[in-house]
Design a protein around this ligand. Sequence first.
Ligand SMILES: Nc1ncnc2c1ncn2[C@@H]1O[C@H](COP(=O)(O)OP(=O)(O)OP(=O)(O)O)[C@@H](O)[C@H]1O
Ligand SMILES: [Mg+2]
Length: 392
Amino acid sequence: MIRFERVSKVYPDGTAAVDGLSFEVAAGELVTLVGPSGCGKTTTMMMVNRLIEPTSGRVLVDGRDISGVDPVQLRRRIGYVIQQVGLFPHRTVLDNTATVPALVGWKRSKARARAAELLDLVGLDPATYGPRYPAQLSGGQRQRVGVARALAADPPVLLMDEPFGAVDPVARERLQSEFLTLQATVRKTVLLVTHDIEEAVRMGDRIAVYGQGRIEQYDSPAAVLGTPATAYVARFVGADRGLKRLSVTAVERADLEEPPVARTEEPAGDAARRMRAEGARWAVVLNGDGELHGWVSALALDAAPSALGAALPRVGDLARRMEAWVPLGSPLKQAFSEMLQHDAGWVAVLDGSRFAGVLTPAKLHEALRRSVDADAQGVGRAEVDFDSVSDA
Ligand SMILES: Nc1ncnc2c1ncn2[C@@H]1O[C@H](COP(=O)(O)OP(=O)(O)OP(=O)(O)O)[C@@H](O)[C@H]1O
Ligand SMILES: [Mg+2]
């Protein structure tokens, strides 16, 4: 969808901002460009919508060399969230959002209806926020308007330059996950610039790690963290990259253990006998539909009254609530954090509402190893070979 072929940019004063850049972004893919200040990220991005022209090499969008495409036409198909948001201060939020549709000649009423729809999409009530001016919004709200404005003409490509840069870490994390949810539905081809490796890892299907004017590694987040291509990348991602891997490795079915199980309707005495025979100290409690009800200890079952005449207790009566659980496919980090938060030796893993198994610390460690090994074998490597992109 977006392809850079040996692109260089030397500014008139001789600054070589980008040097021989080759990479490709597939349709519907979100690629993050990450690197220190001044390494050429914004320059790269602006060459996609021709706000900056390369000195050499070429950029293709949708298979077409964009040097032959009218910049105005080109920009209609490319949404742009600029660094520092850049809303027009004297225009309302609604009119800011409607800027591009209005520019490309939509009727005013249609452009405004579309703008309202988009504000809603990014979590801003159009009735409340539409009439306000940018100065009357919080930083996070302004950034949402920036995203809404970029999406307004429904462009297939989105360029986002530090879109969540100007807010505190909490608001930032919320904006990030909201955008990921949004992206799961709109599936734009996205280039997102950040200087924050955490953000790059969290948001990117792939990450381009920039050194000075060049890409040092172009890979999946797990691969960048697991097998940094150069000493520079290793330094850039940080000594805690092992920890960061927890965020990009998902809990899979194969990682799960099958613990002893008891059913809510089962008489407590039966369950206690069975668990004693298996040497189990606790069991996961499921209801008749296989949904997680909680857990029960062998001790609690043993202590239950079993006097004849009184109603016999069922497992469900003695079970405790299960607090540590995550959905299948969650990042290992979330599972680990549940364990710590609830001081639990394991977490339950659910597939929808059905119980799938439990993740133990030993299995968590194995899962982390598995993803390191997968990367070492080249799975998930970038398909672009930087030296073999043809000039054709
Ligand atoms: N118009 C220009 N003329 C000369 N040099 C420029 C110009 N614009 C940018 N540069 C230089 O090109 C290099 C790359 O700039 P660029 O804006 O692409 O960096 P960046 O990676 O986006 O940095 P930041 O994270 O600070 O936004 C920098 O050294 C910058 O000073
Ligand atoms: Mg920049």
